[in-house]
Design a protein around this ligand. Sequence first.
Ligand SMILES: [Zn+2]
Length: 190
Amino acid sequence: MTDDIWSGAVPSAGGLWLTPAGQTWDAVRLPSQLGLCALSAVPGKLGAVLMAPHSRRMYFLVPPRTTTSWNLPHSTALSEADHVALPPAHRGRPPGPHWFIPPRHGRVHTRTDQLHAAVQVALGLRPGRPQEDQPNLAGLSLDQVQGRNCALCNAPLVRARRTGTFCTGTGLLTEPVELWSCEPRCGPHH
Ligand SMILES: [Zn+2]
């Protein structure tokens, strides 16, 4: 029930809904550059992500009341007693706060432990994905971005595995893109 995201909301300026955290979600607020790095490092599925361009911040929605021990620098967990101004579900573009990854049925929350690990990677506090699993984000082709070719070795994909969701905020990766690579591993083909 994505409608529950706005549970307890009151209308606010700019068509936003001032919504209490700690009810159906907690939020983790990050500077957007750090958030983009973290987004690419989340190993599992991503839930809804809010972008607030004026303050250059991103908000990841995570399960409610799971952030009490959140302790990472440059990031703030918002739970009971906090409020976040949420845009309506259909607002996926600037200007103003918008859904970078929209809330979808059954896909509202990013797992808190996975986001915590991803922010640690983004902060350089733990190693990221292995080198051989890291796409060259600056050099991807349209075929790679659209999932026709492997994001790692550029071979046409026959069997594919999900490599992750990536976003650099520029070029072909202006918006979050799921990238795919050879299953089980890249290697000599045929
Ligand atoms: Zn490959």
